[in-house]
Design a protein around this ligand. Structure first.
Ligand code: 8DG
Ligand code: CA
Ligand code: CA
Length: 331
């Protein structure tokens, strides 16, 4: 999966969304406070969907997911045109360096901090210290500029067509779908997330490692996949390119048993925030959902047996949640 990308900051409250997302990034990468990160992102998501420009913190606080502290920041921003906290962060070289290094695929916040403490603070520094990088990070560095580029929907469509065609050339029974932001209708995506299943592969029927490997091998033969990062029975991470002249793109292919396909497609369609909210609702209704299955939670708090699922809608119905089309899951 790609680095968690910011929800789009658009609309009349764009300026607020932008500073909230910048604060969110700081909390994730530098302070490593995932709760604050989630709080800022939830607030930004709410504001990006609010149709009118808010004029003070109090108005913002009346919206879901915005508390007093964020309301205060909005007031400060409206009154002074800036945020002291953000000014400090921007002026701090080490915070800026950590934020930069985490943009490299394979470098997480902890590794970025380690590099920065060791004096490695730029992309050039990474290039000079290749020996300190693992395989995944080397690939992240090699394709740094391309991976920063968003993939236009048209290119996503062409990639989808090619990959599906390849799968079906191997075996008509493969079922494959591009999930992630593409399935949510995004005009551009950060990477390609493919979900793959096959009727011969079920959660009780044993492993079928060749099913994913065959697809990867064939896509390599067709020169679509150009680099492997990891390949297991169930997950491939790598690099692909539609054709010469196009940028290199990050691609994930996840293989799921047929009976878990719909929980998987729900999970990998996202958005991440949508999943969080849906899972929270599920728990309130006495269910637990993950990328494999939905299970009722028993009286002692332990999950029971997975429930039968034959569509995404089934999952929504179990937990009494109004069905949302993928394009309505962009929160
Ligand atoms: P993008 O690639 O266009 O930036 O957006 P995306 O397709 O929504 O994000 P992604 O990082 O490629 O992840 C694909 C889906 O995986 C995402 O929509 C929801 C699901 N997912 C979660 N939790 C997490 C998580 O913690 N990390 C990642 N990478 N994906 C997650 O529900
Ligand atoms: Ca991804
Ligand atoms: Ca994606």
């Amino acid at each position: 999966m790609s680095k968690r990308k910011a929800p789009e900051s658009v609309g009349p409250n764009k300026a607020f969304c932008e500073f909230l997302l910048e604060l969110a990034d700081y909390e994730k990468n530098v302070s490593r406070n995932i709760h604050k990160y989630n709080a800022y992102r939830t607030a930004a998501s709410t504001l990006s969907r609010h149709p009118v420009k808010i004029s003070n913190g109090k108005e913002a606080k009346a919206l879901p997911g915005i508390g007093q502290k964020i309301a205060d920041k909005i007031d400060e921003f409206i009154q002074t045109g800036k945020l002291e906290k953000l000014e400090k962060i921007r002026a701090d070289d080490s915070s800026q360096a950590i934020t930069l290094l985490t943009k490299v695929f394979g470098i997480g916040p902890a590794t970025a901090q380690k590099f920065v403490s060791g004096g490695i603070t730029s992309i050039e520094d990474l290039q000079k210290n290749i020996n300190k990088l693992n395989n995944q990070q080397k690939i992240g560095l090699k394709y740094f500029e391309d991976f920063e580029k968003k993939i236009p929907r048209e290119e996503m469509k062409s990639l989808e067509e090619k990959i599906l065609k390849t799968c079906h050339k191997l075996d008509k029974r493969y079922v494959a779908a591009v999930c992630g932001s593409y399935r949510r209708g995004a005009s551009e995506s950060g990477d390609i997330d493919i979900l793959l299943t096959h009727p011969h592969y079920t959660s009780t029927g044993g492993k079928q490692p060749h099913l994913l490997k065959d697809v990867v091998k064939q896509l390599e033969k067709e020169q679509l996949i150009v680099e492997q990062i990891t390949l297991s029975e169930t997950k491939f991470m790598g690099v692909c390119r539609l054709k010469e002249g196009c940028p290199y793109r990050r691609i994930d292919i996840m293989m799921f048993p047929e009976d878990q396909y719909f929980c998987a497609i729900l999970y990998f369609t996202g958005s991440n925030l949508f999943n969080q909210q849906m899972r929270a609702h599920a728990v309130e209704q006495g269910f637990t959902i993950n990328e494999f299955c939905i299970r009722p939670i028993g009286s002692r708090g332990t999950p029971g047996e997975p429930l039968p699922v034959t569509s995404e809608k089934d999952i929504f119905e179990y937990i009494n949640y109004p069905y949302k089309e993928p394009t309505e899951r962009n929160i």
